[in-house]
Design a protein around this ligand. Structure first.
Ligand SMILES: *Cc1c(COP(=O)(O)O)cnc(C)c1O
Length: 376
């Protein structure tokens, strides 16, 4: 049996090696390392895939979130509502921009931000909502957009974990996550569902003026070279990464299907195991399983994690410390809120390996060890 990894980008690469190598070689031949044709081609192809008007590429997913917030023209002290139960980047950029993060609870089943909690947290200072499509399924965007519209608030979707996921509205309309809010953000970090072989990120919007502003902010606030209209930053996707991503974009749906197959395997295997709650998928979304995150109850979650590690089976706790308990936010009074659901989940989540290259023997091995530990 091949060694089990949390993510296996190497094996995935070997399947597409010829195409990826040719793409990299074409960039080397063109010498257009920055902002070359590969970047424009990829951005256009990604816009078509997602059904969105504008894709603005940048250096990483954290920058995408930062630039999106910068484009909203907020003032220090303005409040931004986000979940606490997320990767640190979502909340960190809020604080970096001297905005005030306001953490709200997630839904206990879907792990995504709870629309009712958003509504309760809105004050006259609230200036934006940042939902996260955690682990690969969409937050309840229909309700979130309704709340946002009612209060005149922009929505920035953190789509770093859910690229390719479909959201279905109650009238039957289907949209890709990242194209529903005012701006969508994603990451091309290697382990993400659409991962580069280095860093990368992108923003999505259907708003022409906003697209231009995002593009300018990512490029030192300039539209015309050396004429800087606003304070921006320097955040670029390089051509080699774009060439690699273009090869992988063509296979994104196939990759999502492979992840879903892994999830189905685990779901079936654990269906009768009462200590494990397999991932719930809300009716309005599909799930592209950036993570396969289950809830472990009635047994020692950390001991299971250690036991798997001892048997060379990686598993992860995403995330061991929620944002409202991070020292980083000590200075923000808003962070010191009670979040019983987030704390409850933090103590019980465990993510098993999920990627496009897991085979049946590996899955059987993982399941067997999880079950062995529970039965012991
Ligand atoms: C990965 C990730 C990011 C940040 O992306 P980077 O490319 O690592 O900067 C932001 N939000 C979430 C939810 C993520 O998973």
């Amino acid at each position: 049996m091949r060694p089990i990894q949390m993510v296996d980008t190497k094996t995935q690469y070997l399947h597409i090696k010829d195409e990826v190598d040719a793409g990299i070689q074409a960039v080397l031949d063109s010498a257009a390392y920055i902002n070359g044709k590969a970047v424009h081609d990829f951005a256009n192809n990604l816009s078509s895939y997602l059904g969105v008007k504008h894709t603005i590429t940048c250096a990483n997913g954290t920058d995408a979130l930062q630039i999106a917030l910068m484009a909203l023209g907020l003032q220090p002290g303005d409040e931004v509502i986000t979940p606490s139960f997320t990767y640190i980047a979502t909340t960190e950029v809020v604080a970096l921009l001297r905005l005030t993060p306001v953490f709200v609870e997630v839904d206990k089943q879907s792990f995504c931000i709870d629309p009712a909690a958003i509504e309760k947290a809105i004050t006259p200072k609230t200036k934006a909502i940042v939902p996260v499509h955690l682990y690969g399924q969409a937050a309840n965007m229909e309700e979130i957009m309704a709340i946002a519209e009612k209060h005149g608030l922009p929505v920035i979707e953190d789509n770093a974990q859910a690229i390719g996921c479909d959201y279905t509205f109650s009238d039957g309309t289907v949209k890709k996550t990242g194209t529903i809010g005012t701006i969508g953000c994603t990451s091309f970090y290697p382990s993400k569902n659409l991962g580069a072989y280095g860093d990368g990120g992108a923003m999505f919007t259907n708003d022409d003026a906003l697209a231009e502003k995002l593009r300018m902010i990512a490029n030192h606030g300039q539209k015309v070279r050396y004429y800087h209209e606003m304070v921006g930053c320097n955040s670029r996707l390089d051509s080699i990464q774009a060439a690699i991503l273009d090869v992988k974009l063509k296979r994104l749906d196939q990759y999502s299907a492979a992840r879903q197959k892994v999830a189905d395997y685990y779901n079936n295997a654990f269906a009768e195991v009462k200590e494990i709650t397999t991932p719930y998928v809300a009716p309005y979304t599909d799930h592209v399983y950036h993570q396969y995150t289950m809830l472990v109850e009635g047994i020692d979650r950390d001991a299971l994690h250690t036991y798997l590690g001892e048997h060379k089976i990686p598993s992860m706790i995403y995330y061991p410390v929620p944002a409202h308990r991070q020292k980083m936010f000590d200075a923000f009074g808003s962070a010191n809120t009670e979040m019983p659901i987030t704390d409850w989940l933090t103590d019980r989540v465990l993510s098993l390996p999920v990627h496009t290259e897991l085979d049946e023997a590996q899955l059987e091995h993982i399941v067997q060890h999880v079950v062995n530990f529970i039965k012991a």
